[in-house]
Design a protein around this ligand. Sequence first.
Ligand code: IMP
Length: 502
Amino acid sequence: MAYYFNEPSHTFGEYLLVPGYSSTDCIPQNVSLKTPLVKFKKGEESSLSLNIPLVSAIMQSVSDDNMAVALAKEGGVSFIYGSQSIENEAAMVAKVKNYKSGFVTSDSNVKPDSTLAEIVDLKEKTGHSSVAVTEDGTPNGKLLGIVTSRDYRITRMDMSTKVSEFMTPFNELIYADANITLKEANNIIWDNKLNMLPLVDRDQKLKYMVFRKDYSANKENSSELIDSQKRYVVGAGINTRDYAERVPALINAGADVLCIDSSEGFSEWQKITIQYIHKNFGEHIKVGAGNVVDRDGFLFLAEAGADFVKVGIGGGSICITREQKGIGRGQATSLIDVVKARDEYFEKTGVYIPVCSDGGIVHDYHITLALAMGADFVMLGRYFSRFDESPTNKVNINGSYMKEYWGEGSNRARNWQRYDLGGDKKLSFEEGVDSYVPYAGSLKDNVTISLNKVKSTMCNCGALTIPELQKNAKMTLVSSTSIVEGSSHDVMLKDNTYNTQQ
Ligand code: IMP
């Protein structure tokens, strides 16, 4: 007879935290969100920790090098998507490791014979108003001029006007050598009252841009996550097929941590992959594994040597696995079950394996709930996809700005390595959708607000650290009626909607 779990499985939205005693030093400024990323022995510290408990999902529409830099600046880690060629993934990792804070690779570039219409389009797409005019239209081509919004007037000029006619040409620009320091670049910016300084090499090829507006941002990242050589920390997704070639390429590029990206991790494929990596490349190469949703899955991956374990099947916002295949489990119940196994495993072996709750975070408070339930960090896809730094297009849909967001199991991603169970190397049906999400602005602004909420709730629970929250949190399941009570109700909102509880 089949095995039946006793309880129905629950989602985050069905739980609330009950406040605990908080002393006067329990204020958000005193809260530390530091949390282990990889396993460690009792009495020791994890060799790799996060400064904030957030990692970005291993997805084409979420985690590229740009996202990785933005998130590492705030103290988290991105896992660069693995559903691309080994060379491209390794190149993205190398870009993060070689990134020089404040030195930006130009993302808006045109050729001199491009038109004003193209400039306007580009500005709409990227939101950036400084456009480099390079000989071949690439970010590192020979710099011929710069266009900013001061160089043209849409109302007075023909949209077919060539860029070469209104750009500020190279000989009138203030520029500097690509080898100067950030401090020197900032001095030139201040002395000359510039908004942006282009940096070129000896052949006049554009290398970077340094922006005045980034000056304070580059100074104030106290929680940025850097390695011993002051380079940003970055993760990379791998699969259970081409690890023998992909892993060394990613290690050479400088990846700090790897994660097997799979929709279902309780499988011999994962064990073979983890053991191959540890045996051939060394125990110091850190590999997360998953996803699992119960005790048995966790214990299997722990024994296989996983450095962290990811939890969640079917709860992702773009995920249709549960409808398509009838597998999965409510995210909260999965997490609680796995965390219990993790704590027992720690008790028994003295090895602590961090748990990552992956997918299904809808509200900021779900992050706090996941941590309170015992997750050490959470992985988010939809959340990060909405920001400027995600790799996807920003589009205007009926007057509202949206970003594109698609699942790794959608036809668009073609990530058969994640879903095909060893047969014909293709997706035989979709497990994810292609969608839009509301554009939400910069990563920094959003993460700051979300984490202020997390810290504030931690204080209400009397916790100044994540381990204290995990130990002391009190949680209650809520009834469907009390969920209604939880949002504004029985008042007429000033935008004329009436919320009634009845
Ligand atoms: P979200 O934060 O709720 O959007 O969930 C993101 C998570 O969904 C990812 O980290 C993956 O674990 C999972 N995921 C990504 N693509 C797919 C898909 O196409 N189908 C099912 N799950 C997916």
